[in-house]
Design a protein around this ligand. Structure first.
Ligand SMILES: NC(=O)c1ccc[n+]([C@@H]2O[C@H](COP(=O)([O-])OP(=O)(O)OC[C@H]3O[C@@H](n4cnc5c(N)ncnc54)[C@H](O)[C@@H]3O)[C@@H](O)[C@H]2O)c1
Length: 377
């Protein structure tokens, strides 16, 4: 059972953010290794970045794919960590070639692109994981399992949020690359805040609760002068069972870093989780509140969750581990598909959640442009 060989699309350059996080997450379990990359859009810079990453470099994702197809480059799956506009083309190309893809969120620029990837994944039965990192936190996974077991009863209301303050000023005009492409419609899509972090809140509201959002009424704001897209995103939604979802995200909440979390209210109890205190899950069942702490040795965790933990209780597992868990799910899908003896993969977000996220963002943008009119997904 050798290490899986992983390719990276995007993620190069000294100023890059999430490629470096993926690099560590890929390596964390010593069962996967980053071997190749098409790490930047400029071919020469891509080759230079590959040297810094110490992997085999390719000038473009097409060149990497060609090398794989010619048998010159061994590869088990690719990770796509480019800005949003550069997710779809490489995802489509690798999936059509039968190569599994772990893709960053939001999945694509448009609903049509997302539906196209869904069709390719379903037709070809190729493993696909959508990198909603927070769903890799064991306590978020545990919350989903509790709800599926009926522990808090029928879902009545869901609140999910993601508050940041880093775009409270025009950082994009000060040259910060992450701010530049996120606020540029050509590279980020029809929504900045909603696509970037509203989709994380949407996934918390739907993937954890097991409910879908049918229609929305939204108000999007752009507070910073000269900014074309939203930097504040507020949505009320109707769930498929008639319940209510309140999904909000903002980048202008000064002092807030990555305040992502949810409260889910059921007919028997409530759940509460905060990304910045990711190791605990609060369960309110009436008079008594229970706090659950992660720990691989704790029997209350179902095997589906505990099999992802690496250290006994009292030691921290956090951001890198959460992302590594998504790579772990991809690994289980690949190895399981080959008949290797591995634990069952957790139902982490995939192409269906990606399509739902894109429909959600589109409906919210349309609703806001139409004075908050209720808009179907
Ligand atoms: N899941 C999460 O928690 C999480 C967190 C941060 C970012 N992200 C996502 O990761 C992606 C990248 O975000 P970031 O903050 O790391 O941005 P970034 O600007 O730091 O990195 C983007 C990288 O892509 C490269 N690139 C751009 N176009 C390319 C192309 N055509 N081919 C190859 N490489 C190309 C750039 O050189 C750069 O290395 C975005 O989709 C973002 O939404 C997800």
């Amino acid at each position: 059972m050798g290490k899986l060989k992983v390719g990276l699309i995007g993620g190069g350059g000294a100023g890059n953010f999430f490629g470096h996080v993926h690099k560590r997450a890929i390596a964390l379990d010593n069962t996967r290794e980053l071997v190749a990359g098409a790490l930047r859009s400029d071919p020469a810079a891509a080759m230079e970045a590959a040297e810094a990453y110490d992997v085999t470099g390719y000038p473009s994702y097409q060149a990497l794919l060609e090398a794989v197809q010619k048998g010159e480059q061994a590869l088990d799956y690719v990770t796509i960590v480019t800005p949003n506009h550069a997710h779809y083309a490489p995802a489509k190309a690798f999936l059509e070639a039968g190569i599994p893809v772990l893709c960053e969120k939001p999945m694509t620029m448009t609903v049509a692109e997302a539906e196209d990837l869904q069709r390719i994944v379903q037709t070809g039965k190729v493993p696909f994981v959508l990198a909603h990192t927070y769903t890799g936190h064991p306590m978020m996974m545990f919350a989903r399992e509790m709800i599926r077991e009926g522990r808090i009863g029928d879902i009545r209301k869901v609140e999910a949020w993601y508050n940041q303050g880093w775009l409270a000023t025009a950082l994009e005009s000060e040259g910060l690359q992450q701010a530049q492409w996120r606020t540029d419609p050509a590279r980020t899509g029809i929504s900045n805040c909603g696509g970037d972090i509203g989709t994380h809140a949407f996934i918390a509201a739907t993937w954890v609760s097991g409910r879908s959002v049918k229609k929305v009424s939204a108000r999007l704001n752009s507070f910073v002068a000269g900014r074309e897209l939203d930097d504040d995103f507020n949505v009320i939604g109707e769930l498929d069972n008639g319940g209510t979802a309140i999904i909000t995200a903002t980048q202008i909440a000064i002092g807030y870093k990555n305040d992502n979390g949810f409260r889910i209210y059921g007919s028997k109890g409530s759940l509460e989780w905060h990304q910045e205190r990711a190791e605990s899950l609060l369960v309110r069942m009436g008079e008594v509140d229970e706090t659950y702490w992660i720990g691989g040795n704790y029997g209350f965790l179902p095997e589906s969750v505990s099999s992802y933990l690496r250290v006994p209780a009292g030691h921290h597992e956090d951001f890198f581990e959460a992302l590594a868990n998504l790579h772990g799910t991809m690994e289980r899908m690949i190895r399981g598909g080959r008949g290797e003896a591995v634990a069952a993969p957790f139902a982490h977000p995939g192409v269906d959640e990606g399509v739902a996220g894109m429909r959600f963002v589109k409906a919210a943008v349309d609703s806001s442009a139409n004075n908050g009119a209720w808009t179907e997904l």
